[in-house]
Ligand binder design. Structure first.
Ligand code: KIV
Length: 256
C-alpha cells in the first residue's frame, strides 16, 4: 500500500488502521495485512501512562516509529506529529523529515493547519488530516460537533484539508450524521474513531482493541476484541506457580 492506493480505496472497500508503538505488535499487524499502521501520540497515554498526549516529544515519536518500522517493513506507516512539533512550518518540515527517516511514510497532523501542511506537501511528505476531537488541544475528551456552529466548523475544516491536499483524514468523536456528511462531501477517505459506521475506514488504539487496559473507563466507541489483561495475568501467575513449586524449569527446558 502507498498513499495513492489508500486514496483509491474510497468507495471500494473499508480501510483498516490500528496503532502500534513497538516491533512485536507492528510485526503482527503486518502479518494480518492491516491497511495502515499509525504510530499515534496516544502512546503518551497507553504506553507512557500519562493522562493525555500533551507531553509526547519528538524523541518519543522517533523512537517508537523506528521500532514499528523494524517490525513492519512492508506496511504503510503514518506517524503523529506530536504537540509543538509543528509550531512553525520550518519546525514542522524538519520534524516530519525526522519521522520519515525513522521509517514513517506519512505524518498525521491535528486540526486545520494550512501553512504547515502546505509546506510538508510541497516537500513531498504525505499528510493525513485529523478533525473533530483534537486531543493535543482539547481540555476534555468529549464528542465534538454537537452544536450546529461546531459541526459547521468541523465540516469546513475537513473540506479545507481536502483542498490543501491531505491524502485522507481521521474523524474523531463526532456524531454519525456529521461523519456521514463529511465522508460524502470529500473525495479522500475518512477514517473514523468514535464517528460511526459511514466513514471510509476505522481506526482504534491497539491496547484497547486487545483489552490491555486495566479497569479504566473506556469511551463508548471502543470495542475490545480480546482480553490480554487476563491472558497476560494468567500466564504470569502460572509462571510464578511453576517456579515456586519447582515444576519449571523441567528437563525439557534445561541444557544437559
Ligand atoms: O494518537 C492516536 O492514536 C490517534 C488515533 C486515536 C486516531 O490519533
Amino acid at each position: 500500500m502507498n498513499v495513492n492506493e489508500i486514496r483509491e480505496l474510497k468507495g471500494k472497500r473499508k480501510i483498516t488502521m490500528l496503532t502500534a508503538y513497538d516491533y512485536q505488535i507492528a510485526r503482527i499487524l503486518e502479518d494480518a495485512e492491516i491497511d495502515l499502521i499509525l504510530v499515534g501520540d496516544s502512546l503518551g497515554m497507553v504506553f507512557q501512562g500519562n493522562p493525555d498526549t500533551k507531553k509526547v516529544t519528538m524523541a518519543a515519536m522517533e523512537y517508537h516509529t523506528r521500532a514499528v518500522a523494524q517490525g513492519a517493513k512492508n506496511s504503510l506507516i503514518v506517524s503523529d506529529m506530536p504537540i509543538h512539533s509543528y509550531d512553525t512550518p520550518q519546525e514542522a518540515l524538519a520534524n516530519a523529515q525526522q519521522l520519515l527517516q525513522a521509517g514513517a511514510h506519512a505524518v498525521k497532523i491535528e486540526g486545520n493547519q494550512p501553512e504547515v501542511i502546505t509546506v510538508l506537501l510541497k516537500n513531498n511528505i504525505p499528510v493525513m488530516g485529523h478533525v473533530g476531537l483534537l486531543p493535543q488541544f482539547a481540555e476534555k475528551y468529549k464528542v465534538q460537533g454537537k452544536t450546529p456552529k461546531q459541526a459547521d466548523q468541523i465540516w469546513r475544516d475537513a473540506l479545507n484539508l481536502e483542498k490543501i491536499g491531505v491524502f485522507s483524514m481521521v474523524l474523531e468523536c463526532i456524531p454519525e450524521w456529521l461523519a456521514r456528511k463529511i465522508t460524502h462531501d470529500v473525495k479522500i477517505p475518512t477514517i473514523g474513531i468514535g464517528a460511526g459506521k459511514h466513514c471510509d475506514g476505522q481506526v482504534l488504539v491497539i491496547t484497547e482493541v486487545l483489552g490491555l487496559v486495566g479497569n479504566q473507563n473506556l469511551p463508548k466507541f471502543v470495542k475490545r476484541f480480546a482480553n490480554l489483561d487476563k491472558t497476560i495475568r494468567d500466564a504470569i501467575i502460572e509462571f510464578m506457580d511453576e517456579v515456586r513449586t519447582g515444576k519449571y524449569p523441567d528437563k525439557q527446558h534445561t541444557y544437559h
